[in-house]
Design a protein around this ligand. Structure first.
Ligand code: IPE
Ligand code: IPE
Ligand code: MG
Length: 253
């Protein structure tokens, strides 16, 4: 069976689009969006969080199975304390609201990243949101919180070494698939498409292993202003790409 096609929109130009199974998004530009509207940075984060709900709904309607949002990187602790505090409060609020939203939209929610520094309240809210949405069969929404790819890889290596020392795994057991199963994203297919908003063209320590063969899409639109139309444009561009995975295809011959 081929990749699912987007038939929901009546417009000819959007018919028969290839729908990625998994989209990863670097939600960048909240601060610049706020500044450009004469607002404090925090309002940009509030608007950004609202947009997660909106884009999730649209993604679900389009038939996307997984969407992974970069909400807070392991490097974002470097920001001023006041901004970090506001972000953490926003995450506490969001994860609480998420329980209802996931139920209403049949969304399964997962959080990836190191929870150790997140604070008890937030960790508890994450646990409740994951647990209460685990049997939902629609879109899987993954939030990367205190996530860093290098941190994730080092964490995986340490666990593999531990399991090797205790005899739970043998030397020859270490394969790419097995390594993937030690990452925070265990069981989740690799993203097909990465979208970064707000004009920066870098990965900022996001899903380095998992994005090996993703198609990359950059837009100048800041995250709080990113609409369903922008998502559709990214998917249109994705549909035009010839994914070769190192092979040759009909198109490239
Ligand atoms: C992304 O927006 C949100 C987080 C990193 C938490 P930014 O806060 O990075 O916004 P800009 O890039 O400064 O505009
Ligand atoms: C990446 O954005 C992290 C998130 C979107 C959560 P940053 O704004 O932190 O990235 P840099 O610092 O510009 O690379
Ligand atoms: Mg930024």
């Amino acid at each position: 069976m081929g990749a699912p096609c987007l038939m929901l929109m009546s417009n000819d130009s959007t018919n028969n689009l290839k729908i990625p199974k998994h989209i990863a998004i670097i939600m960048d530009g909240n601060g610049r969006w706020a500044k450009s509207h004469g607002l404090p940075r925090n309002i940009g984060h509030v608007q950004g969080a609202k947009n997660v709900e909106n884009i999730c709904r649209v993604a679900g309607e389009m038939g996307i199975d997984y969407i992974t949002f970069y909400a807070f990187s392991s490097e974002n602790w470097k920001r001023p304390d006041a901004e970090v505090k506001k972000l953490m409060n926003l995450f506490v609020e969001y994860t609480k609201k998420a329980v209802k939203i996931c139920k209403k939209n049949n969304v399964r929610m997962l959080v990836i990243g190191d929870r150790n520094s997140l604070g008890d309240k937030l960790v508890e809210n994450i646990r409740i949101a994951e647990e209460s949405s685990k049997d939902n069969t629609g879109l899987t929404m993954i939030i990367a919180m205190n996530y860093g790819s290098r941190d994730e890889i080092v964490h995986a290596v340490n666990r593999i070494v531990e399991d090797r020392e205790t005899g739970r795994i043998e030397k020859n057991d270490i394969t790419e698939d097995m390594f993937s199963s030690y990452l925070y994203t265990a069981g989740i297919p690799d993203p097909d498409l990465l979208i970064r908003t707000s004009g920066e063209m870098r990965l900022s320590n996001y899903l380095l292993w998992q994005l090996s063969y993703a198609e990359l899409y950059f837009t100048d639109v800041p995250w709080p202003a990113f609409t369903s139309k922008d998502l559709e444009n990214a998917i249109k561009e994705y549909s035009r790409r010839d994914r070769r995975f190192g092979n040759i295809t009909e198109e490239s011959k």
